[in-house]
Design a protein around this ligand. Structure first.
Ligand code: ADP
Length: 762
């Protein structure tokens, strides 16, 4: 009779393997059927020959009790069954006589459901286990450890000692168990478990017999798992850690086994692990040293080359050499090898290693580096692609924007010219080409003034760039058209273009054709001068006649006649003034006014003006004052015209100041005036306490025929030409005129003239 413990061990193994298999295959799969039939057979034989079988978990993790036989955890599957029972909170299960195949299968199935349970985790009890079935009973057993020889006391389990186990049943199950070693390895490889608890010896024996069957199973499970490489690597690493040490322990050379294993590996698997040496590379230092030691012991005496090669193979990695050499020496010396022999051996190994010193990197590492570099390349390529895409998108956007602004420029009615710092044309739109009479192709890159006669054009291109104060300028320029028959007058409004640092980089000029405007203006002033000239003669004639009548040269007149004639004379004088103003204006505009400069003291003029306005001021009860320093204000200018300016300003001041007000003329010598006059000059001003002027009208009042004041003091009806004429005269002298005022408080008109007249400024 076979050892009963041995039989129970086999039962536990089969039991465990059958639920393992059922967790991988369906119950009716031939592989499942095979193990289940074999298990059932064992149960059947046992139940026929003995009492019921009671499987109980022991007090300790490493114990399993079957009918009072304590089996340790070394029994294949004992630990797993223990874990599973604990997870289901089962203490034991008894299988009763009459157990059917189906009952057994159902039970195993239920166990299998939890095949992937993590050890120690509480699991819900599957329905079948809870209810049990007729011949399978779940036991809650109270048991305690008893001393040797002590009687076992407990529930029925204690008494169910199996006896009379028949011989022969073990042989029948042998194949089943062995086949399931593969299944077990497979499920281990595809699970997350780091280790396998199957005895390495069992696996090794099996692989020794049928290594290709093992590798087939491994490859199949690697395929099923979906992560082929990971499974193969896990297997190789497991072989290194568990199987190789067993071989080495027996003082055998593992390389044969490894070679055999690799020979039976499929090509696909070899792709992941192309060298059998890698199994050895993964072994612990101790195993490596043991392997070299055994190679030395086995081969060195007969063939030193064999031993040296084996050692060199194991020590191919430089790092390994550094670490393992000292250990190897002490191991060999410890094993009783003579020191000289050790030195000789090490020397030969060193020489062998030196042969291919440049190959110090293992293929595995090389493959890793290649992978890293490939990943790096991909990453770089990806980033470059993304960046390029972004850039080309930005480019496209820019192109569209440029196209749009080009389009706007092309269709602009006004000419647009962009020049750089040197005055060279960078860009010019079709309207500008037309206005300047040349194509952009010939103009771009050349100076704007090149080939254009008018010196004003120079101002467009350069003027503002030289003058740091001005960033904007509007000038009228005359351009000869291509056929030279007509002249064009353009208004060029130019603005300086500055970069972020405030440096001038160029200028933009907008050119508008004002030729027609100019023509109309010219015609108008020509007409005005003609008409006024024609008017003057009859007016003078009427004036003279009136004077004769009023002087009673022509006879007596009564009081009423004298009154009406006086009113006529007064209005005639106004009309005369208006005609004179108009004439002056048109002369100024046509540039026909001739200035006659002379040197005089401006104080004299001021005094004359005050004297001439004194009676009017007295009538209006307005004080006129003169603000002077006690020094002569000598100036070289047209005396009459300057008098005209001062009379105009003082007259306006009186006109727009209510009674009891004050008018003041002030004169000052200046060395220069910012932005107006760089040389010694005179500043004259006329201030009043009158109605004031709205700042928005400051510019307008200097334009022709502009009268902004709603209040037109009686008898003071003006022409709206006084200020424009004053402005023209001052400009002609190279000076400037402007106004400062506050509504309701008064105004101050100021003009500045250079002390030395230098010719017209227009
Ligand atoms: P006018 O012949 O109407 O005086 P001007 O050209 O001399 O024409 O003046 C134009 C306008 O400017 C005036 O009609 C008036 O509205 C305004 N103006 C001129 N001087 C003054 C002043 N000192 N105070 C208020 N408004 C004035």
């Amino acid at each position: 009779m076979a050892d009963i413990k041995f039989i129970y061990k086999e039962v536990i193994k089969s039991f465990f393997l059958s639920f393992k298999r059922l967790s991988l295959y369906a119950a009716d799969h031939p592989l499942s059927k095979e193990i289940l039939t074999s298990l059932f057979k064992m149960f059947d034989v046992l139940l026929k020959e003995s009492a019921d079988i009671l499987v109980v978990v022991g007090l300790n993790v490493d114990e399993m009790v079957v009918n009072n036989e304590v089996l340790d955890s070394e029994v294949l599957g004992a630990r797993e069954i223990y874990e599973k029972f604990k997870a289901f909170k089962l203490d034991g299960v008894s299988f009763l006589k009459g157990l059917t195949y189906d009952e057994l299968v159902n039970f195993v199935k239920a166990m299998a459901q939890a095949a992937t349970l993590d050890a120690g985790k509480q699991a819900p009890l599957p329905a079948l286990l809870k209810d049990g079935s007729e011949h399978i009973k779940i036991k809650k057993i109270h048991y305690e450890k008893i001393e040797e020889g002590q009687k076992v006391v407990g529930e029925e389990a204690a008494g169910t000692r199996t006896s009379g186990m028949g011989p022969g049943h073990g042989g029948g199950t042998g194949t089943g168990i062995v086949q399931d070693v593969f299944g077990y390895i497979k499920s281990f490889l595809t699970s997350k478990n780091e280790d396998i608890s199957v005895s390495s010896q069992v696996v090794l024996d099996e692989m020794d017999h049928n290594v290709s069957k093992v590798t087939d199973a491994i490859i199949a499970s690697a395929r099923e798992s979906g992560d082929f490489e990971a499974v193969i690597k896990k297997f190789v690493s497991w072989i290194s850690r568990h199987v190789v040490p067993v071989i080495v322990e027996k003082k055998k050379d593992p390389s044969k086994f490894i070679q055999k294993l690799f020979d039976s590996f499929e090509k696909d698997a070899l792709k992941c692990y192309p060298r059998s040496e890698e199994i050895i590379e993964e072994c612990s230092d101790d195993i490596k040293v043991t392997m070299i030691e055994s190679a030395y012991v086995t081969h060195y005496a007969q063939s030193s080359k064999k031993a040296v090669n084996a050692a060199a193979k194991i020590l191919s990695d430089e790092e390994d050499q550094r670490r393992l050499m000292p250990k190897l020496v002490s191991r060999l010396v410890g094993a009783g090898v003579v020191r000289e022999d050790v030195q000789d051996f090490i020397g030969k190994v060193d020489a062998e290693l030196a042969k291919d010193e440049e190959v110090t990197i293992s293929k595995k590492k090389l493959a890793k580096f290649v992978k890293i570099s490939e990943r790096f390349e991909q990453e770089v390529a990806g980033r470059v692609r993304a960046e390029t895409q972004e850039l080309s998108r930005a480019n496209r956007r820019l192109a569209i924007e440029k196209e749009r602004s080009d389009e706007v420029m092309r269709h602009l009615a006004d000419g647009l010219v962009v020049v750089d710092k040197e005055g060279k044309v960078i860009m010019m739109n079709p309207a500008a080409e037309k206005l300047l009479g040349r194509g952009s192709r010939e103009a771009v890159g050349r100076s704007l003034v090149e080939g254009l006669k008018d010196e004003h054009l120079l101002a467009v291109a350069k003027g503002p760039l030289d003058d740091r104060d001005e960033t904007r300028i509007t000038k009228e320029i005359e351009v000869d058209s291509k056929d030279e028959t007509t002249k064009r007058v353009l208004r060029a409004s130019s603005a300086v273009v500055e970069n972020e640092d405030g440096k001038t980089v160029g200028m933009v000029s907008v050119l508008s054709d004002i030729t027609r405007e100019k023509e109309v203006e010219e015609m108008k002033s020509h007409f005005v001068s003609l008409v006024t000239h024609e008017l003057r003669t009859p007016v003078v004639a009427i004036q003279k006649s009136l004077e004769l009548i009023l002087s009673r040269t022509t006879g007596q007149i009564n009081e009423d006649q004298e009154r009406f004639l006086s009113i006529s004379k007064f209005n005639l004088e106004r009309l005369n003034r208006l005609i004179n103003d108009l004439l002056d204006m048109s002369k100024l505009e046509e540039g026909k006014m001739k200035l006659v400069p002379s040197e005089f003291d401006l104080r004299d003029i001021a005094n004359e003006v005050i004297a001439s306005l004194a009676s009017w001021a007295k009538d209006k009860e307005i004080t006129i004052k003169l603000d002077l320093k006690d020094e002569p204000i000598i100036i070289n200018a047209d005396r009459d015209r300057i008098t005209q300016v001062l009379v105009n300003l003082a007259g306006n001041a009186l006109k727009f100041t209510p009674p009891k007000g004050e008018v003041m003329i002030a004169l000052n010598l200046l060395e220069s005036k910012d932005g107006i006059c760089a040389q010694p000059c005179v500043e004259a001003s006329v201030s009043d306490t009158g109605i004031g002027i709205d700042p928005k009208d400051f510019k307008r009042i200097f334009s022709k025929f502009e009268q902004v004041s709603l209040v037109s003091p009686a008898g003071s009806g003006g022409s709206g030409l006084g200020l424009p004429i004053a402005k023209e005269i001052v400009n002609f002298h190279g000076g400037a005129i402007w106004v400062e005022s506050q509504m309701g408080k008064g105004s101050r008109f100021i003009f500045v003239l250079p002390r030395q007249f230098k010719g017209a400024n227009k």
